[in-house]
Design a protein around this ligand. Structure first.
Ligand SMILES: Cc1ncc(COP(=O)(O)O)c(C=O)c1O
Length: 440
C-alpha cells in the first residue's frame, strides 16, 4: 500500500514501460535477479519480441523451458480448451489429465509411477523424500541401509532446502546454512571417489546424466554404470535429475537413455508443459512401495491446465518427430561450433547432446562479453560455470537459425578475442549476461 500510494502520488501508476517497471521492481521485489534491461511482450516461433517490436533469436528458451518456442498453436489451443473446461481441482478429486499424462510419461521413461509437482525443485524434493522413506521401509524389513545421499560436484538441483543441500556450489548453500545434513559430494566422473564414498549408509546416488548449470557436462558411461551397480548392490536408489536434459532436449525423452541405464527415480520439469509450470517425479514400483496416502502432496501440482498442455506438447513432439529434429539440428550446431573452434582458439571445447549444447571458452571475461555482444545482435544465450556458453534453444530450431548464431559468434570472436588475451584488458568491461551465470 505504502509504495502504491507513493507511485500514485508521483503520477506513475502506469507500469508498462521498461523504465517504470525497473524502478517499481527495484522497490517492490526481493533482489534475487540482476535482469537484463529488456522488456519482452510477445513471441513467435524461435523469436521473442520486445516492447519496441524488435525480434530476438532465442537460443535459451526461458532456460530450457519453451520447447515449442512462442505462440505455438498447439499450446494455445490446449490452454484455451482446458481453461474453458477446468483449471484447478486440487488433488482431493479426479480430473481427466493426470492418468493420461502419467501413461505417456511412464511409457517414455521406463518407470512405473508418477507424482506431479509444479517446479523442478519440488520434483527433486519429492525424490529426496522418497529415497529417505524407501530406505526406512527397507530398514523395517531388516535391510542394512542408511540415510545418506551421495551427490556430485558441480551438481545443480534447485533452490529449496533439500535441493539446495544436494547442490554443490557453495554460493547457493552458504548464506542459508545449516543445510540439510547427510549429503556427501563425489568428484564428477571419478569412479574411485564414488566407490570410496559409497557404503550401506547411502540411501541414494543423485546425478544429472548431463549436468546443466554445471556446464553441460555428460557423465561417462563408466561412472554412470558404476553408480547403477553400486546402488543396486544395497537397495539404494539411483536418482537421475532430468529437469534440464529430459523431455526430448537431447534427442531422447531422457538423457539416461543415451547410456542404456535405467534409474529407479527420475525428475522432469522445465519443458514438460511447454512453459506452463509443471514438474514430475517418476519411480519404480519398488520405490513407490514407500509412499502411501497422506505422506506427501501439493495443492497445485498436476492440475488440469498444466496436464492438458503437457499432453499436447508430448503428442506434438511425437507427431512432428521433434526428437529426431533436435538430434539433427543439434549435431549441425555442434559441427558448426567445432568448425568455429578451428578458427578461434578461445573456444576450448564443444560438447552436448541434441539441443543441449555448450561451447567452453578460455576466459570468463570473454564468455561474459560474448553473451552481451550476442544480446546486442538480438540473440539470447547464457553463460554458466563462468566460461561455458550454453545453448538451450526451442526444439523447433532450424539450421538457418544456427547459421545466424554462428555468424554472430564468428564476428564477436574476431573482434574481441585478441583484446581479451591480456587478463587486465577485460577487467573493466561491464556486461549483462542473459539469465546471469548462476540461474539454473
Ligand atoms: C538439473 C536441474 N535440476 C533442478 C532444477 C530446478 O528447477 P526449478 O528452477 O524449476 O525449480 C534445475 C533448474 O535449472 C535444473 O537445471
Amino acid at each position: 500500500m505504502k509504495h502504491a500510494l507513493a507511485f500514485a502520488a508521483a503520477g506513475e501508476m502506469e507500469l508498462n514501460k521498461l523504465d517504470q517497471i525497473r524502478a517499481a521492481e527495484a522497490k517492490l521485489l526481493l533482489s534475487t535477479y540482476d535482469r537484463n534491461p529488456i522488456l519482452f511482450v510477445g513471441g513467435q516461433g524461435v523469436y521473442i519480441i520486445d516492447e519496441n517490436g524488435e525480434r530476438y533469436l532465442d537460443l535459451l528458451s526461458g532456460i530450457g523451458v519453451n520447447a515449442l518456442g512462442y505462440s505455438h498453436p498447439v499450446i494455445e489451443e490446449a490452454i484455451a480448451r482446458q481453461s474453458r473446461a477446468l483449471i484447478h481441482t486440487s488433488n482431493l478429486f479426479y480430473h481427466q489429465g493426470q492418468a493420461e499424462l502419467a501413461l505417456r510419461l511412464t511409457e517414455r521413461t521406463g518407470l512405473d509411477r508418477v507424482f506431479f509437482s509444479n517446479t523442478g525443485t519440488e520434483a527433486w524434493e519429492g525424490a529426496l523424500k522418497l529415497a529417505r522413506a524407501h530406505s526406512g521401509l527397507l530398514r523395517s524389513e531388516g535391510h542394512d541401509i542408511g540415510t545418506k545421499f551421495l551427490a556430485l560436484e558441480q551438481s545443480f538441483h534447485g533452490r529449496t532446502f533439500g535441493s539446495m543441500s544436494t547442490t554443490y556450489k557453495e554460493k547457493y548453500r552458504e548464506p542459508f546454512g545449516p543445510v540439510v545434513p547427510g549429503v556427501e559430494f563425489v568428484r564428477f566422473n571419478d569412479v574411485a571417489d564414488l566407490r570410496a564414498k559409497f557404503s550401506t549408509e547411502v540411501c541414494a546416488i543423485l546425478v544429472e546424466a548431463i549436468q546443466g548449470e554445471g556446464g553441460v557436462r555428460p557423465l561417462t558411461q563408466e561412472f554412470f554404470a558404476e553408480a547403477r551397480a553400486l546402488s543396486s548392490s544395497t537397495g539404494a536408489l539411483l536418482i537421475v535429475d532430468e529437469i534440464q536434459a529430459g523431455m526430448g532436449r537431447t534427442g531422447k525423452w531422457c538423457a539416461y537413455q543415451h547410456y542404456g541405464i535405467q534409474p529407479d527415480v527420475t525428475t522432469l520439469a522445465k519443458p514438460l508443459a511447454g512453459g506452463i509450470p509443471l514438474g514430475a517425479l517418476l519411480c519404480t514400483e519398488e520405490a513407490a512401495r514407500a509412499i502411501h496416502a497422506g505422506m506427501h502432496g501439493t495443492t497445485f501440482g498436476g492440475g488440469p491446465l498444466a496436464c492438458a498442455v503437457a499432453i499436447a506438447v508430448i503428442d506434438h513432439i511425437e507427431r512432428e518427430n521433434l526428437l529426431a529434429h533436435a538430434t539433427e539440428v543439434g549435431d549441425y550446431f555442434q559441427a558448426q561450433l567445432r568448425s568455429l573452434a578451428t578458427r578461434h582458439s578461445a573456444i576450448v571445447d564443444v560438447r552436448g547432446r541434441g539441443l543441449m549444447i555448450a561451447a567452453e571458452l578460455d576466459s570468463a571475461d570473454l564468455a561474459k562479453l560474448a553473451v552481451a555482444e550476442m544480446l546486442k545482435r538480438r540473440i539470447l544465450i547464457n553463460c554458466t560455470s563462468e566460461t561455458v556458453l550454453r545453448f538451450l534453444p526451442p526444439y523447433i530450431l532450424e539450421r538457418v537459425n544456427v547459421d545466424t548464431a554462428i555468424a554472430a559468434l564468428d564476428e564477436i570472436f574476431t573482434e574481441h578475442a585478441g583484446a581479451l588475451i591480456a587478463p587486465h584488458a577485460a577487467s573493466h568491461t561491464t556486461t549483462h549476461t542473459a539469465g546471469g551465470p548462476n540461474h539454473g
